[in-house]
Design a protein around this ligand. Structure first.
Ligand SMILES: C[S@@+](CC[C@H](N)C(=O)[O-])C[C@H]1O[C@@H](n2cnc3c(N)ncnc32)[C@H](O)[C@@H]1O
Length: 367
C-alpha cells in the first residue's frame, strides 16, 4: 500500500516514478494568477488572495513550458486506461487544455465547479468570478477508463434536493458541481491560527473525483499536493496515494492531516452501486424452484398471456419465443424486443409479482 508524501520539485520527482504506474491523477497546478499589489475589500481590509511565490512566472512562455513539462510526465506515468483531472481558473485553464490536447490527452468532460460562496469582486469592476474548471481526460480516445456512473448518481446533490434524495430520487451526475469554497473547520490553520494555504480545495470535490473515476486500491497521484486534500480523500476512500509538494511546511501540516484520516468502508468507496449484477438464467431459476414450468406470465393488467417453458422461453398462443420478443409482441409495440424483466409478472398468493423481483431474490440467495 503506497501512502507517500514526497517533498520536492514535482517534475524532478515525477521523473523518478515508473512509467504506466498511476491509475488516477488529480492536479491543481499554480494558476499564475498575476495579481498585483494588495486587494482591498470595500470596507478597507486587505483580502488574502493567491499571491504566493509558487504562483509566480516570468511570461506566458515560461508558464506554458512549465505546464508542458509536468503534463508530459503525467502522460508517461498514467496507465493506458487511467485518467487525469486538472483544475484551474480562467488565467490558466485554456493554455493547460491546449497543451493537454497537444500531448495526446483525450477529453472526457469539462466540469464547472460553481462556487456556492464565491469571493466577491470587491471593486465591482467586472463579473463576480464564481467558478473554476476541471478537465477530465484519458491518454487516448480508446482508453477504457474507470467511471462509476451509479456512484456519481449517489453523489449528485446538485440537481436532486435533499428531500427528493431521501425519497429515493436519483439523477445522472452532471458537469456543473455546486460546491462551497473550502471553509470552517475543514480549512487548515497554522499553529498561530492563520490560514495555512491560500488555495486549499474543498474535500467534496476530491471525494467526488476519486469516488467516480477510480477503484479501491488504485494509485492516485497529485503532483501539486498543497495541504494534501487529494491524499485525505484517497485515504478515506481506500485508495493509495503519491503526493508531491515542494513546500516543507505544507508537507508537515499535510502529514498531520493524513494521520487523522481513517478509511471509511462504504458502498461509495467500494463503488457497490456499480457492481454488475450476477448473470443468472431462467433455466437456473426454474431448477432452483423460483419459477415453475407451465406457469402463466402476465402483463401489469389482464389475464395470463404466455406460459413458461422448461428452457425459459414462453409459449405464446402455441408459438415458442424468448420472453423479450414476446413482451414486445404482447404489448403491441414497434420494437422487436423489450426487456422482459421490466414487463412480465407472475402470480404468487393471488398477487402479481414482477419477475425482476423474483430474480433479485434468487441473486440474493446465491450471495
Ligand atoms: C494550487 S496549490 C494546490 C492546493 C491543493 N490542491 C490543496 O487542496 O491544498 C499548488 C501547490 O503546488 C505547489 N507547487 C508549485 N510548484 C511546484 C513544483 N514545481 N513542485 C512541487 N510543488 C509545487 C505549491 O507549493 C502549492 O502548494
Amino acid at each position: 500500500m503506497q501512502q507517500r508524501i514526497i517533498c520536492g520539485d514535482t517534475i524532478a520527482e515525477m521523473k523518478k516514478l515508473p512509467s504506466g504506474s498511476i491509475d488516477l491523477i488529480f492536479a491543481d497546478p499554480p494558476y499564475w494568477m498575476r495579481t498585483e499589489g494588495v486587494l482591498t475589500r470595500v470596507e478597507g481590509t486587505d483580502f488574502d488572495g493567491c499571491n504566493d511565490d509558487w504562483d509566480q512566472f516570468q511570461s506566458l512562455e515560461d508558464y506554458d513550458k512549465f505546464t508542458e513539462d509536468w503534463l508530459t510526465e503525467c502522460y508517461r506515468l498514467l496507465k493506458p486506461n487511467g485518467s487525469i483531472w486538472v483544475i484551474g481558473g480562467m488565467q490558466c485553464i485554456y493554455s493547460i487544455g491546449a497543451i493537454m490536447q497537444k500531448l495526446g490527452f483525450w477529453f472526457i468532460n469539462d466540469v464547472i465547479w460553481y462556487k456556492k460562496n464565491p469571493t466577491p469582486n470587491f471593486m465591482g469592476t467586472r463579473l463576480n468570478n464564481s467558478h473554476e474548471t476541471l478537465l477530465w481526460a484519458t491518454k487516448s480516445k480508446k482508453a477504457k477508463y474507470t467511471f462509476n456512473y451509479k456512484t456519481g448518481k449517489e453523489l449528485n446533490n446538485d440537481t436532486v434536493t435533499e428531500e427528493a434524495f431521501a425519497k429515493g430520487e436519483r439523477k445522472q451526475l452532471g458537469s456543473v458541481w455546486r460546491i462551497a469554497v473550502c471553509q470552517g473547520t475543514e480549512r487548515l490553520k497554522t499553529d498561530d491560527g492563520n490560514k495555512l494555504h491560500s488555495t486549499q480545495k474543498p474535500e467534496e470535490i476530491l471525494y467526488r473525483v476519486i469516488a467516480i473515476s477510480s477503484k479501491m486500491g488504485d494509485v492516485v497521484l497529485d503532483p501539486f499536493g498543497g495541504t494534501m486534500t487529494t491524499a485525505a480523500m484517497a485515504k478515506k476512500l481506500g485508495r493509495q496515494y503519491i503526493m508531491i509538494e515542494r513546500d516543507e511546511t505544507y508537507c508537515e501540516y499535510g502529514q498531520k492531516r493524513l494521520d487523522a484520516i481513517e478509511f471509511e468502508d462504504t458502498p461509495i468507496a467500494r463503488a457497490a452501486y456499480d457492481e454488475k449484477p450476477l448473470k443468472v438464467s431462467m433455466e437456473q431459476m426454474i431448477a432452483a424452484g423460483y419459477f415453475t414450468e407451465g406457469e402463466w406470465f402476465y402483463l401489469k393488467a389482464g389475464d395470463g398471456v404466455a406460459q413458461l417453458c422448461s428452457d425459459g422461453k414462453l409459449n405464446y398462443n402455441g408459438e415458442i419465443i424468448d420472453m423479450h420478443s414476446c413482451a414486445a409482441i404482447a404489448r403491441g409495440v414497434k420494437a422487436n424486443r423489450l426487456n422482459g424483466f421490466d414487463y412480465w409478472y407472475i402470480k404468487r398468493d393471488e398477487k402479481l409479482v414482477s419477475i425482476s423481483e423474483i430474480r433479485d431474490n434468487y441473486r440474493q440467495s446465491l450471495k
